[in-house]
Design a protein around this ligand. Structure first.
Ligand SMILES: [Fe+2]
Length: 405
């Protein structure tokens, strides 16, 4: 499917003149476009309007700004219903000096919408509107879902541009970790995450970010959570899209927390333990417990072809996250996880399930165009298929699963 065919041709009612509706979290339009267009247009947006954390009832919009600004998010559906989100959870108009993040909720599952943002500077002397951007909410009742997976792009802009060109419109894009090469500089975060290779990678495929080990490296890594959004507000979450349940987990670093290279900045033993308890509960909730197909996405694989524990004091690092597996294995087996989708190793690999490890493991390629891959996951009443496409044009690899019985 061509990207423009996904939701790009949907007819919308038009913001001006349409009847406004309000939802639980969406206020009536308080800044109609006539008010914003009275102000001089300024270059306040420094990134596209990025759509993340797709859910059945909405999505979260994030964009970069050049100075302290206020933001509003206008939305409309194909029936002419429309409103503006102009308040945060604390009663303030959404604001930010480097990014603005607005949560849109109260929408209907599986429906087509479009949004745009209005950005106004602090002194109300300049304003800028983004173009309208279409998206579709997730739908757990859909008969089919299709999503795509990237991993380990590591700011390789040539690869990102090619991936963006060939990856089709989808229900969502999982960016499965290692977006960067360590956050050594605060200035790296916004372009890398919200405008990679100067592209809008969330056009017709809203983004789910999975944390990789490089995403937590460097003195400025602590800022990453403020520049992105996830469905739960945490780096671990679960979602249902059609017949597939996806659980996204944070495998942390590839060395122990006390490794000197981390300079005392990380605490992943605690986060893994928290995810262990969360996982035990989430797999008992009906939409996950009863899902026909069951996928885990995590950056560092939970299995590998050579499971030797590395010598961390002499440059060794984990090819598979044995700490995460020890913490989560029992729940993954109980849930009847079918496949774990990962990156990290920078090479495509498929490891089938065994008696000891009844979940398959698949890993995507690396940042160079010669090694890069993108995965296409399709699930319907017939099967679940994961096709790994080589960006180089080499033959694609497909693994297929039947419904969990
Ligand atoms: Fe990587």
């Amino acid at each position: 499917m061509k990207r423009r065919d996904f939701v790009g041709n949907i007819a919308f009612g038009g913001f001006v003149g349409a009847a406004a509706v309000s939802t639980a979290r969406c206020q009536e339009a308080v800044l109609p476009e006539s008010a914003s267009t009275k102000l001089p247009s300024g270059k306040l947006m420094i990134t596209p309007l990025v759509l993340m954390a797709p859910r059945e009832d909405g999505v979260t919009a994030v964009w970069g700004v050049s100075e302290l600004c206020k933001g509003r998010l206008q939305w409309e559906d194909t029936n002419g219903n429309r409103a503006t989100v102009a308040a945060d959870d604390f009663g303030m108009v959404p604001q930010g000096a480097s990014t603005i993040r607005i949560n849109l909720s109260g929408l209907k599952p599986g429906n087509d919408y479009r949004v745009r943002c209005v950005t106004t500077n602090g002194s109300n002397t300049a304003s800028q509107e983004s173009p309208w951007k279409p998206f579709r909410t997730l739908n757990s009742a859909a008969s089919e879902t299709r999503f795509v997976v990237w991993n380990d792009t590591h700011v390789n802009n040539e690869t990102i541009r090619k991936l963006d060109d060939v990856t089709p419109a989808s229900d969502f894009l999982v960016w499965n970790g290692d977006t960067c090469n360590d956050w050594t500089n605060e200035e790296l975060l916004i372009p890398t995450l919200l405008n990679p290779a100067e592209r809008d990678i969330t056009q017709n495929r809203p983004l789910l970010l999975v944390w990789g080990n490089h995403d937590v490296r460097g003195a400025w890594a602590f800022q990453l959570p403020h520049r992105v959004a996830t469905p739960s507000g945490r780096p671990f979450y679960a979602l249902r899209s059609g017949p597939v349940a996806v659980i996204c987990l944070h495998t942390g670093e590839d060395k122990p927390d006390n490794h000197p290279s981390f300079a005392g900045r990380v605490a992943f033993d605690d986060l893994r333990a928290e995810q262990t308890q969360w996982l035990k509960k989430i797999i008992t909730e009906p939409q996950f417990r009863d899902a026909p197909y069951r996928i885990v996405c995590c950056h560092i694989p939970l299995r590998w072809t050579n499971e030797k524990i590395p010598d961390y004091e002499n440059g060794g690092y984990d090819y598979f996250s044995h700490r995460s597996r020890a913490a989560w294995h029992d729940s993954l087996v109980q849930w009847k996880t079918q496949v774990v989708i990962s990156g990290h190793t920078h090479q495509y690999q498929w490891i089938p399930a065994t008696n000891d490890f009844p979940y398959g493991q698949i890993t995507g390629g690396g940042p160079r165009s010669s090694d890069a891959t993108w995965m296409e996951v399709v699930a319907n009443n017939e099967s679940l298929t994961i096709t790994t496409h080589m960006l180089s044009g080499s033959a694609s690899q497909t693994v297929r699963f039947n419904k969990v019985v």
